[in-house]
Design a protein around this ligand. Sequence first.
Ligand SMILES: [Zn+2]
Length: 1023
Amino acid sequence: MDMTVKHAQLYCSAIVAALFLNMVFLKNRPAEAGQLTAPVHNLSMEFAMQSSSLRANSRIELPAGVTLHLDLSSLNVSRIIINGQPAESGQTNNNYLDIASSQKDQEILVTYSKEIGPGSSPYNMISETGITLIDSWYPVADHEMLFKLTAHIPANFEAVSEADEIIAFLINNTKQVTFRFPYPLFSINFIAGPYVVSEEHFGEGKSLFAYFFPEDEELAPGYLVKAKKYLERYEEMLGPYPYSRFSIVENRLPTGFAMPTFTLLGQSVVRLPFIVDTSLGHEVLHAWFGNGVRMSPQEGNWVEGLTTYLADQSFAADEGRDSVYRKEQLVKYQSYVRPDMDLILRNFSNVDHGDSKGQPIRAVGYNKSSMFFHMLRHKVGPEVFTASLQDFFKRSRYTTAGWTDLQTSFETISGVNLAEFFSQWLDRNDVPNLAVQQPEITNTDGYPVLHFSIVQKNDKPYLLDVPLVIKTTADEIHKTFLVSESSSRFEIPLPSVPQTLVLDPGYDLMRELAPSELPPTWSRFQGAATKIAILSSENHRTLYRSLLQELEESEVRVLLQDEITDKDLAANSLLFLGTDGELSRSLFAQPDHPDPGFTVDVRNNPLNPLQVAVLVSASDAGQVEMAAGKLRHYGKYSYLSFKDGRLQDKNITETDTGIKIDLVKLPDGIETSSAQTFDAIIKKLLPYQVIYIGEGHTNHEDHQLQLEIARALYEHDPRLAIGMEMFTRPTQAVLDRYLAGELDEKSFLKESHYFKTWRFDYRLYRDIINFARHNKLPVIALNLEKNLVNQVFKAGGPNSLDDEERSLLPPDRKLDEPGYRERIETAYMMHAGQEQKGNFSGFLQAQALWDETMAEAIVEYLKAHPDERMMIIAGRGHVDKINAIPPRVARRLPVAQAVVVNSGGTPAETETADFIFFSPPSSLSPFPLLGVMLDDTEGAEGLLVTALSPEGQAIGAGIKEKDIILAIDSQPVNDMEDVKIEMLYKEKNGSVMVRVRRPTLFFNDRELDIEIPLKNAENPHHM
Ligand SMILES: [Zn+2]
C-alpha cells in the first residue's frame, strides 16, 4: 500500500526535527566537544500518575573551560544550585540558565517538576497506560552530554531510553531503572509502559528487544524476525551495528521515530501489516545513518536520501520493482517541484510531516536525494559505492558528518574527482530535461547506421551518463553515452534494423519525464500551479465539502461550471466535482464509476497534455468525508475508488517506460494463402450489425467498394440502412423525399446544399444513393451542421454557442479515447496552416463533435430499428475502430461492429480496421469545367467572373473578367451550387451555352450567349 511511503517520511522527518531542534544551538560552537570534555548530565526522576506529572533532579558535571546554556523554559524550576550555592538572580531569568566557563570543574543542580496536561504536547504523555517523554522534559543544553538517567516507575512498567545497558530492580513497590550510554548525545528520550518484552539476538553478542503492549503482544515475533534480518543486512553492508542493543518500542502516541538504540512506533502504525516490510527497515537503517552518524547541522540533510535509497528503494529492488519505484519518485518530484521554487538539495534540512505544503521539499530531500545516491552508485560502481559508505560510516560514527564528508569518502575510495558531480546535483534547482532529436538512419554496406542527437533543454547542460536501449529486429543493444553539451550527436552502426530507441528505460537518471512517460496522478493535480475545481451545481458544494476542505491549502479555485471558459479548460488542471455536469460530459462523456462510494479518476486533460483532469463522483457526503482525508496517502495513483472510507480499487495509468522514439516500422504483410474472396469476406461481415466502410473521399475505388458491399449485404438481408457522413442531420427530410421519389436529383442537391456542405464530386456517391433509392433503403444523415463545428473550432470550444445551438450537440463527448488526441494532432499538423496553430483544442473539440454526433445518430437509428443492419459511409479517420466512431457507438449501445477499409498501404490499418480489401485504383472521368473563378456573393444575380484560367476553355471562347454568368444552357444560376449542379449533367455534352452580362463603359450592360466547348480539368473546386 502507498501509505508505506508516507509513513516512512513521517518517521524520519520527525526524528530529524527532534535532532535538529537541539543541533541548531551548536552553530557558534568553535570545535567538536570530544568525549573527554563532554559534560555529564545526571537525571533522576519520579512520576505522579494522577497529576500526569514528573519531579526530577538534574545534576550537570561541567568540565573546566566549558560554558553552558540551559533551556528551562518549559519546566517548573524550584531550586538551582551552582557549585553548592543557590543561583544568583542575575544568572537565571526563569527561562534560561547561563554558566560561564571556569578553570575548575563545576556542578549545576536543577530541581524541577513538569506537568503534562492533556494535549499539551503531541510528543509527551504521562498516564497509567504509558509514559512518553520526547519534548523538553529536562533542562536541554547547548552541548552534547553523557547522560546518566535514573527513573522510578510503577512496578508493572518497563522503560526504554537511549542506552547500551538498562538496569532495573524493585524497591518496595516501585521499580528503579538506570540507563547507561557511553556516547555523548544532544538529547535523550524516555518511554515506559506496561510492556511485554521479548528478546532476540543478532550480530556478535547484541540484543534485540520488542516492547509491545499486552494487547499487541502477538505482533512482536514478526517484528523481531524482520528487524533481525534488517540489522544483519546492514551490518553486512555497512559495518557493525554501532550499539549493543536495539529495541522496537510501541508508543501510545502516533509517532514514528528512530532514536539511538531504539525505534518508537505508534500503536496504530505497528498494527499496519506492511510496516515490517517497509518502514521498519528504514528505521533500523537510521541506526547507522541519522543516529550512528548524525547529520552535521552546517551541511544539510543527506540522511533521508541515503536511507530512502538503501532501504525503501532497495526493498523495491529486492522485488524487481526498483525502476518502477524510481519512476514513481520522478513522477512525485515533477508533480510538486517547479524551478521557480528554487529548491536545492544541499539546502534541505528537514520538513515537518504535518506540513501539507511540504511536498515539494520532501520531493527534493527524499526523492531527488535518493536518486542522487543511485546515480552515484552508477558512477563509481556498486563495489566502490558500498566500500565508500563503509569508509564514511567508520570515519563518522558517534559524531556528525555532512555532504563534504560523504564526498571525501567517495573520492578517497574511488580515486575519482566528484566535485562537479556533487555540485551539479546538490546546488542546482533544475533537473536535466532530455530529448532525442533528429533520428536518422543511413546505410553503409547495406547495414543501418543510426544517427541521433541527445539534447539537454536546460539553460546550462549537465554532465551525464545517459543510458539508451536500441531495439532492433534482432535484439536489444544497451549503451551509455556521456553527454556534456546542450546537443550531442551520435552515430551507431548496427547489425540489424533499429525499431525503437529508448532513453533511460530503467529510470537511472534524475530528470524531467516526457509527457508520454508521465501518468495522470492525484499528486499532479495537487501539485499543479494552476488548478480549478468545477461544481456542476451549487448543491454539489455541500456534497463535496470535506474534499474542498482537504484542498483548501493547495490553492485551488472553486467555480461553478457556468463560470468556466474554453480558455480556462485548456489552461488548468481540472477537478470535476460530480461527473454529471455538462462540462465534464463534454470532455469525458460519463465515466463508469462504481455506484455507492467515492471515486477519484485522474485523466490527462485532453485539451492540454501538461495538465490533468480529475473526475470525482460520490454517492453521498458521508462517503466523501470518510475518504477525503486519506487521499493524501495515495498521490501516486490515477484511479482510486473508496467505499465507506475503505479503498476498493486503485491503479496507475500505464505510460511509456523511458523516452521512446519510434524509428523504422518495417511493413506488415498478409500471407496470400489467408487472403479471401470478396464473397467470403461478406459472409464474415454478416454477424455484424454496424459495418463501417471507410473512404478517402476522392478515392473512386473506395466508393466502388461501398457500393459492392451495400449490394452484397442487401442481397443477404434487405433490412439494411446506410448512414452517411456526407449529409447533416437537418437534411434528413430532403434525403427522405428524394429517396421516396418526391424530388428529382437536381432539387435534392439544391435543397440539401450538398455542394455547399460536402463539395466533393457528387458522382462519387450517386450510385450508392440511387441504389438505396431504387430499393427503398433508408439513408441516414449522420453529420452535425457545419457552421456549428466551424464555430467551435474557431472559438476553441463550445463556449460561444448560444443555448439553442448547444442543444444540438451531443451532451456526452469523450475527448480522451486512447490515442485520439495524438491522431487528431497529427492530422492537425498536416492540414492546418501555421496561422491556425494554437487553435488545436478547438480542432480537437470539433473533431470529437463530429464523431460523437455521428455515433449518436447511428445509435438513435438502431434503437428505433433494432432489426436493421447499418452500413456506415464515412472518412477513414472517422471509422478508426480504436478511437473514432465505433467506440463511441459501443459506449451508447452494445452492438457488434466491424470496420472495413481499402488498403492504403499504411501499417496502422491492421490495428484500426477489421477487414482490408485490395481494390485496384479507379477514377471517374474528370469533372467538366469551364475554366473560370467565380465570386459567389449571396443575393446577387448571377456570378461574377473574377479570373480566367489561362489554359481553360472559357478564355478561348471569349468570356472576360467581370462578366456575370447568368445561365448555363438556359438554366439560371445564382451561386456556385447552381453552377456545380448544372455542370454535373454536362459531362457528355461537347459544349455548354453560357449567358453572360457584360458591363460596358458608356452604354447599358450587354447580355451575350457564349458557347464554351468543355475540356475536363483536375481541380474540383474550380469551375
Ligand atoms: Zn528516515
